[in-house]
Design a protein around this ligand. Structure first.
Ligand code: ATP
Ligand code: MG
Length: 480
């Protein structure tokens, strides 16, 4: 192939879009050009610029070898030097400059056995995954190199591989996940042949981290519903998360099956990753705890088991501990109940137990869960709105009063009543927390010591030393 025949001019709109390329990046490209090398913008940035979207990262490719790139720029990092990638810092910005290459045989289904550096942009573009990702912008001619009609596919919204999809997916199974990821993040239609080429077993040899990164992008994509549904239908999702094999599981008449409910809940919730995972996994344990008896159908403790399963699933995918905690905590609490006549103390207790910071996300999960049932009546919304207002109002109070922080610590109790450290201290603190939740104005050291003393007297048959007992000015006691 001669590259010249694939050089095409940008139209007026595209030319304007490509003016978004920042000056510092053009400067980098011109350093390469001025030394007699080629310089192209490649990957997602070209695709995004054609669509008029601002790219979030920039990739350049050149025929200069990595060692040469290191000599041409003063500040470089060999971030992926064995694959030809050098990160260059220029005027406080970073760009990855990768030497054009050809990927040689893939025998392990995830990475090339070795690579060959190349001087031909067409060779480099041929190793790329999808036609819409296999275009280059030539800084010298200011034209597009588009050997696979990526621009046409982009404009007609078609996602297909460069070359035979089966071969390309067999070479690197991650491309299958990337396929569904791009469907979720961009407004694209899947090419039927590419879709049929997906083989779930090709996911087996991929690292969990690579799969995680693609799933993370997919889940927050604006077209998540259709992409996730296709991912599940293809068998790829359940290959990685067998716990989500729930399409056959029907529950009452609310929705056709559990998968459908999870999907609708994901689509309804705000596009933040922890929320999307919580939505996807919140009912994952239902099939395991399903019970039918004379009182009806029950899913006792599915939230607790669901939290446990979500911890297993997300740690398999190597998410961080903090992230796993956030998601599983939401799932654990997603069944919270507050009867309409519940008093403020019950609401405060809920806020305290869930954590005031988590409350808005838990409410968001509840809202999406309701939407995901597909059956929303005016009464459902009214009840939801009342619940929302009530909880959020008391949450504001809890945050402003710092109700979570008791005005007393375990050490204060140990000193005041000459107690030994142990479980009793925890019990007293939890008793005092309950008091403060009911009466936030009691959160004051002397007053709490007074209540602690009463507690000890009543429950432990205990006579705390008089000299350490708090003053009587502590105020009114609770009548209990
Ligand atoms: P974005 O950065 O917006 O998520 P992107 O297309 O730039 O999307 P990257 O992961 O940054 O995705 O990859 C940059 C480019 O490298 C892609 O556009 C594609 O040309 C190529 N590429 C990335 N991963 C693969 C792969 N597994 N197989 C073939 N080519 C790939
Ligand atoms: Mg990119």
């Amino acid at each position: 192939m001669k590259s010249g025949q694939y050089h095409i001019s940008l139209n007026t709109t595209e030319t304007l879009n490509f003016r978004q390329i920042p000056q510092w990046l053009t400067d980098c490209a011109h350093i390469l050009l001025n030394h007699g090398y080629q310089a192209y913008l490649v990957g997602g940035a070209v695709r995004d610029l054609l669509l008029g979207i601002s790219p979030h990262d920039w990739d350049l490719t050149t025929d200069a070898l990595p060692d040469t790139v290191e000599t041409l720029f003063p500040k470089t990092y060999p971030t992926g030097k064995q694959f030809g990638t050098i990160t260059v810092c220029h005027q406080d910005h970073a760009v990855e400059i990768t030497t054009m290459r050809q990927d040689m045989a893939y025998s392990d289904g995830r990475r090339p056995d070795h690579i060959l550096f190349s001087r031909d942009i067409l060779t480099d573009l041929s190793r790329r995954d999808f036609t819409i990702n296999a275009m280059a912008y030539d800084f010298r001619s200011q034209r597009l190199v588009d050997p696979y009609n990526g621009r046409r596919d982009l404009y007609r919204r078609r996602l297909q591989t460069v070359g035979e999809p089966e071969k390309r997916f067999a070479e690197d199974g991650l491309r299958m996940f990337r396929f569904f990821r791009f469907l979720a993040t961009m407004d694209l239609r899947p090419d039927a042949k590419t879709l049929r080429a997906v083989r779930p077993e090709w996911a087996q040899r991929l690292s969990a981290e690579r799969i995680r990164d693609e799933l993370s992008k997919l889940l927050v994509g604006p077209h998540v519903r259709s992409a996730l549904d296709l991912l599940e239908k293809s068998g790829l999702l359940t290959q990685v998360i067998p716990e989500l094999n729930v399409r056959q599981f029907r529950q009452s008449t609310l929705y056709p099956n559990l998968w459908h409910h999870l999907l609708e809940t994901v689509a309804a919730i705000q596009p933040r990753l922890e929320l999307r995972w919580a939505a996807l996994l919140h009912d994952v344990a239902k099939p395991l705890v399903y019970q039918r008896n004379e009182t009806g159908v029950h899913y006792y403790y599915h939230e607790r088991l669901g939290a446990e399963l979500s911890r297993k699933i997300l740690s398999r995918l190597r998410y961080s501990k903090a992230f796993i905690h956030t998601v599983s905590h939401l799932i654990e609490w997603h069944m919270f109940q507050l009867p309409p006549h519940a008093g403020d103390a019950a609401v405060r207790r809920l806020i305290h137990n869930v954590g005031a910071e988590t409350v808005p996300d838990l409410l968001e999960l509840r809202r999406a869960d309701i939407v995901g049932t597909g059956h929303i009546t005016r009464q459902t919304w009214q009840a939801w709105n009342e619940l929302y207002e009530r909880i959020m109002l008391l949450r504001t109070e809890a945050l402003s009063q710092g109700a979570k922080k008791l005005a007393i610590k375990g050490q204060d109790l140990i000193e005041a009543f000459q107690l030994a450290p142990g479980p009793l201290i925890g019990k007293i603190l939890s008793y005092l927390t309950d008091i403060v939740l009911e009466n936030p104005e009691y959160n004051e050291k002397n007053r709490l010591l007074h209540h602690a003393r009463n507690y000890l007297e009543k429950t432990q048959n205990f006579n705390p030393p008089a000299s350490h007992s708090p003053q009587d000015s502590a105020g009114t006691d609770r009548s209990d």
